[in-house]
Design a protein around this ligand. Structure first.
Ligand code: R5P
Length: 299
């Protein structure tokens, strides 16, 4: 097997290849003068099983085109193709909330899996159940690295009373995965979103059950509004807040917003390029190698 890094690979592919003890190559890609993307796979890929690695942030639409171009090449070879998307973009629009809205998750997953992908692997995708339904062919695996977060957090906060807090019920399994490894409790805050304005409101029903240190978890931090809203509320009640976010997109002044809201520390995964020197990016390669072996994705 060979690991093939696409242009959006945030450095996971080569580390993963060395953990798996297999080769790594990156694709050649350039722009035509009009902006279109050209992509060529190295010749030695022909005849080997391939694990394609891509992150779809930033430049989500370009990253999608690169995936489609690479899958088209591989569809002409006789090899098994697995796809690891460390950050799957277009995943939050997972249903039609307002009439006429495009369900972007469906179109992206369908487009990718019309090609023969043996296993599509994502890391802490926004809604794995909706992805599973949209997959056209092959198997789907979503890896939630709660253990990676828990190890880092317990190294620093060992002995503290901790509660893991999810910003909505959809994030409960994510919170549970970290809490199980930290051996602590977890709760979900109630989230109400105005579908027209996008405004989000959080309702705290059971504040009494939150310990002196809250680990607020989410799949994505984009503008920082969700985490900042929760953190402001908790810190104003003397609860310390640490954030554990799988994909740190950190758009605009998101980091400053989080700090201003009282977030003491931010942990994230290396699923998108590192853009901030002030947050802790956790290496996921060896964890992924172990999970991919355990799940039989790689032998
Ligand atoms: C939304 O449902 C996601 O799970 C995140 O909560 C959201 O994308 C966070 O965005 P922001 O940082 O802009 O509040």
């Amino acid at each position: 097997m060979i690991v093939v890094g696409l242009p959006g690979d945030p450095g996971v592919g080569s580390k993963l290849a060395s953990c798996l003890g297999v080769g790594y190559v990156s694709v050649f890609s350039k722009r035509f003068p009009d902006g279109e993307i050209y992509l060529r796979l190295p010749q030695k890929v022909e005849g080997s099983d391939v694990l394609l690695v891509q992150s779809m942030y930033p430049a989500q639409s370009d990253r999608l085109v690169e995936l489609l171009l690479a899958l088209e090449v591989l569809s002409r070879y006789e090899n098994r193709v697995n796809l690891l998307i460390t950050y799957l973009a277009y995943a939050r629009q997972d249903r039609e909330f307002l009439i006429g809205e495009s369900v972007s998750l469906k179109s992206v997953v369908k487009a990718l899996t019309t090609y023969e992908v043996d296993v599509l692997v994502t890391i802490d995708a926004h809604n794995p159940h909706a992805i599973e339904k949209a997959v056209e062919s092959g198997r789907y695996l979503n890896i939630v690295p709660g253990e990676v977060f828990a190890e880092a957090i317990s190294r620093k906060y060992r002995g503290r009373e901790i509660t893991v807090v999810a910003p909505d019920r959809g994030a409960l399994s994510r919170a549970q995965s970290i809490a199980n490894h930290l051996n602590c409790g977890y709760i979900a805050v109630q989230k109400v979103r105005d579908r027209v304005t996008g405004r989000v409101e959080h309702i705290f029903n059971s504040l009494n059950s939150i310990s002196e240190l809250a680990i607020v978890v989410d799949d994505i931090v984009s503008t920082g509004g969700t985490i900042a809203g929760i953190a402001s509320y908790l810190t104003s009640r003397n609860i310390e807040v640490v954030a554990a976010i799988s994909h740190a997109l950190l758009v605009g002044d998101a980091y400053e917003r989080l700090v201003k809201s009282g977030v003491r520390e931010i942990y994230t995964l290396q699923t998108v390029p590192q853009t901030s020197a002030n947050i802790t990016y956790l290496d996921i390669a060896s964890y992924l190698a172990r999970e991919l072996r355990r799940e039989g994705v790689v032998k």
